[in-house]
Design a protein around this ligand. Structure first.
Ligand code: SAH
Ligand code: SF4
Length: 337
């Protein structure tokens, strides 16, 4: 039976009258009750199952969400003040082999469907009683996976998330992070409705980036930056650059100066992410002194923030979304529900 979560209003209108399609859309995305009495015959809701949940001392919650075929992905909820952020996955695993990332060790299992992408958001909204209308709600596609390798489903999910008749997110509040697939960035730029763009820069030179992100051999850093310069920004939009800081590798003052050079003239912000360490990751977290110095140099030219580590105690931090259990061991199956 087909699932309702993942269908746009236009999809529903091909199967139902305009009136019914709207009612079903509202039931699935606006009311979010999931009451089976409201399901049209022949359809399932397609909600994801929570296989496990871990709560951090800082309030971050990591969910292990089970998909219909038994595979699992991770979704993270972070809250600070009146601002909530949901970090969602776009693939099961990831085929890009960044050397500092635990998800890379899984390889790619498969793409998520649009329904599985939206389903993660719906689950967290229900769990935490969220409504984008009364709090600031952000969605970042920074969980497992390379979102631009699953662009069609990511775009479809985005259209569903921002539809004001349903969930009603602000388009500017959804952000996608990529390792830098140039043709797909260009394709993203052409989409009428799309997330904002974040680039995982992570290095200050071509050679350095090749070492830690071998995908640079295919899509060169210079060309990636040029693609960013050509990217059609909307009013008040800018590009985020994420920079994972690896102790003694890419954290020198010279690196910071090179980053400023690279990004000169771009309408952008830089987010520094001190490495979140993990088993099998051959790098160390940089010292605070290094991170502060790096930030100070960038800040002279470009707004630059240091991403606070969130949920480290429950392995919910950036790049840790492999199948980690509470003690930090890599595990293959971890279903507690
Ligand atoms: N695949 C996409 C999105 C998921 S990774 C991408 O790479 O952009 C989300 C962010 O986590 C990226 O900026 C990535 O560079 C960062 N990251 C990966 N592993 C990390 C680690 N061990 N510590 C800190 N950040 C990490
Ligand atoms: Fe994939 Fe992003 Fe991890 Fe690189 S950093 S392996 S692109 S999830």
């Amino acid at each position: 039976m087909p699932d309702l979560i993942g269908l746009e209003l236009s999809d529903l209108e091909t199967a139902f009258s305009k009136f019914h399609a709207r009612r079903i859309f509202k039931f699935v995305y606006a009311e979010r009750s999931g009451d089976p009495a409201n399901l049209p015959p022949g359809y399932t809701l397609g909600a994801l199952t929570e296989a496990a949940r871990y709560t951090s001392t800082d309030g971050t919650v990591r969910y292990l969400m089970q998909l219909e075929d038994g595979k699992t992905v991770e979704t993270v909820f972070m809250t600070e003040g009146s601002r909530d952020t949901i970090c969602i996955s776009s693939q099961v695993g990831c085929p890009v082999d960044c050397k500092f990332c635990l998800t890379a060790l899984m390889g790619l299992e498969r793409n998520l469907t649009a329904g599985e992408i939206v389903g993660q958001v719906l689950h967290v909204m229900q769990r935490h009683n969220l409504a984008p209308k009364n709090r600031t709600m952000n969605i970042v596609m920074m969980g497992q996976g390379e979102p631009l390798m699953n662009l069609d489903n990511v775009l479809k999910a985005t259209r569903i998330l921002i539809d004001q008749r349903g969930i009603g997110m602000g388009e500017r509040r959804i952000c996608l992070s990529t390792s830098g697939l140039i043709p797909k960035i260009e394709e993203l730029g052409q989409a009428a409705i799309r997330p904002r763009l974040a680039i995982s820069l992570n290095a200050s030179s071509e050679e350095q980036r090749r070492q830690i992100m071998p995908i640079t051999k295919k899509w060169h850093l210079a060309d990636l930056i040029e693609t960013c310069r050509q990217f059609p920004l909307k009013p008040k939009e800018n590009i985020f650059f994420e920079y994972v800081v690896l102790g003694g590798v890419n954290d020198s003052d010279e690196d910071a100066h090179r980053v400023v050079q690279l990004l000169q003239g771009l309408d952008c912000k830089v987010n520094l992410i001190p490495l979140n360490p993990g088993p099998g990751i051959p790098f160390v977290t940089p010292s605070d002194e290094r991170v502060n110095s790096f930030q100070r140099i960038i800040m002279k030219s470009i707004p630059c923030y240091v991403r606070k580590p969130r949920g480290r105690d429950i392995y919910a931090a950036c790049g840790q979304l492999n199948r980690m259990n509470q003690t930090g061991d890599l595990v293959t199956i971890e279903v507690t529900a």
